[in-house]
Design a protein around this ligand. Structure first.
Ligand code: URA
Length: 201
């Protein structure tokens, strides 16, 4: 069967009842960003603000993520943001059952968006895509190949609010991602290539 269009897929996702989180949600938080991104940032699950507004990473963690995206100089039309789980779990606790139920949607989003790189945010996002990966603390800031392409694991931005060492690691990893972006995105591929922005003309 042919893959649905993005609009059709979003409409199906918005009416999803595959798990019990459907009962308590205000919105299905599908995605924000470009319809043809070369980088997708993958978080864990929506929080209260995201549930209210129906958009991923629009609270405090989102502000740190947006600041990192600005540091990375990724143009608006070249990135997108989504989560492993699209409905808010009670108490904001990552729910593996909901992640399993949501998995076909995640796979469909990645298939339709077909990014060159997926930047995972936090351990649950990394291990959702690469279950065999070791501990995030050891792997963050290092490129990884996985069955779906290239991964770049980062800490979850919310983790940085409570520990200075995590904030330092976040800043180091974002700087490393900035160095690596041009080699992954050859000029003239999708959107405005990062290399063109990072190389002085
Ligand atoms: N944390 C996440 O993992 N995702 C969001 O959308 C917001 C906070």
């Amino acid at each position: 069967m042919d893959a649905p269009s993005w609009a059709e897929a979003v409409s199906r996702m918005r009416s999803c009842t595959r798990c019990s989180l459907a009962e308590g949600r205000r919105n299905v938080v599908v995605y924000r960003g470009s319809p043809s991104p070369w980088v997708v940032f993958l978080g864990e699950a929506p929080g209260a603000k995201e549930d209210e507004l129906g958009r991923p990473f629009v609270g405090r963690a989102g502000r740190l993520l947006d600041a990192a995206i600005e540091t990375l100089a990724i143009p608006e039309d070249s990135y997108g943001i989504t989560n492993v789980i699209m409905c808010r779990p009670p108490g904001n606790v990552f729910d593996p059952e909901a992640a399993r139920a949501c998995r076909p949607w995640l796979d469909l989003k990645l298939e339709l968006l077909s990014p060159k790189i997926v930047v995972t945010l936090g351990s649950s996002a990394l291990h959702a895509l690469d279950p065999a990966a070791g501990p995030l603390a050891r792997l963050s800031g290092e490129t990884r190949e996985w069955s779906g392409g290239t991964l770049f694991p980062l800490l979850h931005p919310a983790a940085t609010f409570h520990r200075r060492a995590y904030r330092e690691q976040w800043d180091r990893d974002v700087a490393r991602l900035k160095d690596l972006l041009p080699q992954w995105i050859p000029a003239g591929t999708k959107g405005e290539p990062a290399g063109a922005l990072l190389t002085p003309v």
